[in-house]
Design a protein around this ligand. Structure first.
Ligand code: HSE
Length: 427
């Protein structure tokens, strides 16, 4: 029996998919006991350099919907509008869909999953999160007899590349970003990656699977890496930490924390050692401790391999469809999350300043774990000389810390704003 596949898009992932499917055709046919055939491809434009052979080509995505000889459509166009229309139309026509598109899932995933379940057709998305790492397959098992307590990861390769370059080569954020763009890791408009939105979308999907809840992108607290400086990286290093862009999902009884932001990670933790464009996801479980997955989070071959994993599972009848989580998602506001904090406070070099910082923090019940005054790093702020006072606090609820920072910023000897970065305890 033959499985006819339609592909939407002809970008990097689609080209890698065509190449891998051709090169491994015999093996894929053996695994599935079917003949897999890419029958049709639709893309806004044809690329002369891509050899399509017998594959029917059109510039009209609707052809993938109306061609009833197709068994599965692979959506690789990205974005939310056209991809949503295509996926929905295919599912409603009873045709299985594979997508690598986290944006469409973060925005319309609940509706699309509901249609897939109601029509009993697969909607598979292994490639949508962390590229080549099979984290969706792992979370989909729901770890029977073994609860998931938290999921933490580095799931944006662009941020990880930039932070690695800043840390290892001592280049400033803008230069590291330019390098990432030159190497094709960052988009011409990098806002979506460096602002944290890409990681937030991926986290919303991971959390939905891990904790059996709906996908709720609007509940993810999101901060990017644009404000991280070389001085922050150096100061964190002196305290024994690396700065990474983390995605964290944690369940505490019926409340879920979902946040992406830069964080201090102890240098001896695996996540501190995941560099460049690599991704990593750690899953904290009740019976198997911490499970760790690392690998390429993007790139044609890695992403196409995850698409092929979905395709072979669907073709061989082994694909198990996750639905929309049954439990409603009750999110914990970031102000109620407790962490230790790294603070960098630009303060006038005057007697009594350190005492007033200590007193203000103490008045909010915040205790200082470490503190260094960087006498040699004089900078100017509001036309006066200030020096950084770098502090690690003990754990405190974020709303309490924020209140203490507003009080500190109102002091004459302290410049605004105070830099705060969360310290993530991965024990
Ligand atoms: N732009 C993403 C990243 C890869 O930098 O990790 C695709 O999700």
């Amino acid at each position: 029996m033959s499985i006819n596949v339609g592909i939407a898009g002809l970008g990097v992932v689609a080209q890698a998919l065509l190449e891998l499917a051709k090169k491994n055709a015999d093996q894929l046919n053996d695994i599935t006991a079917k003949t897999l055939c890419v029958a049709r491809l639709a893309s806004r434009r044809l690329r002369d350099e891509v050899e399509l052979g017998e594959i029917a080509f059109s510039t009209n995505l609707d052809d993938l919907v109306t061609d009833d000889d197709l068994n599965v459509v692979i959506e690789l166009i990205g974005g939310t509008d056209a991809a949503y229309d295509l996926i929905k139309a295919c599912l409603e026509r009873g045709r299985g869909v594979i997508t690598a598109n986290k944006a469409v899932l973060a925005t319309h995933g609940n509706e699309l999953l509901e249609i897939a379940c109601a029509r009993n057709v697969p909607l598979a998305f292994e490639a949508a999160v962390a590229g080549g790492i099979p984290i969706i397959a792992a979370l989909k098992t729901r770890f029977p007899a073994n609860d998931i307590n938290w999921v933490t990861g580095i799931i944006n390769g662009t941020c990880n590349y930039i932070l690695t370059a800043m840390s290892e080569e001592g280049v400033a954020f803008e230069d590291a970003l330019r390098k990432a763009q030159d190497l094709g890791y960052a988009e011409a408009d990098p806002t979506f990656d460096v602002g944290g939105m890409d990681a937030a979308q991926k986290l919303a999907i991971l959390v939905a699977l891990a904790f059996d809840v709906p996908i709720e992108i609007d509940e993810v607290y999101c901060e990017g890496i644009q404000d991280i400086t070389l001085a922050d990286i150096r100061h964190a290093d002196e305290f024994g930490y690396s700065i990474k862009h983390l995605a964290i999902g944690r369940q505490d009884e019926d409340v879920i924390e979902m946040r992406v932001h830069p964080a201090l990670v102890p240098k001896d933790n695996l996540l501190a050692k995941v560099n460049d464009v690599e991704n990593a996801v750690q899953v904290g479980t009740t019976n198997t401790g911490v499970l760790r997955f690392t690998g390429p989070g993007a790139g044609g071959d890695a992403t196409a391999t995850s698409v092929i994993a979905d395709l072979t599972n669907i073709a061989s009848g082994l694909y198990r469809q996750p639905g929309i989580g049954g439990g409603a998602l009750k999110a914990r506001p970031i102000g109620e999350v407790s962490s230790a904090f790294f603070l960098s406070i630009a303060a006038a070099d005057r007697a009594g300043v350190i005492a007033s910082i200590g007193e203000t923090l103490a008045s909010h019940g915040i205790s200082i774990a470490s503190m260094v005054q960087k006498q040699e790093e004089v900078v100017r702020s509001d036309d006066r000389a200030v020096i950084p006072v770098v502090i690690l606090t003990n754990e405190v609820a974020e709303h309490e810390l924020d209140q203490s920072l507003r009080e500190l910023e109102s002091l004459e000897d302290i410049a605004s704003p105070i830099k705060k970065i969360r310290v993530v305890d991965l024990a």
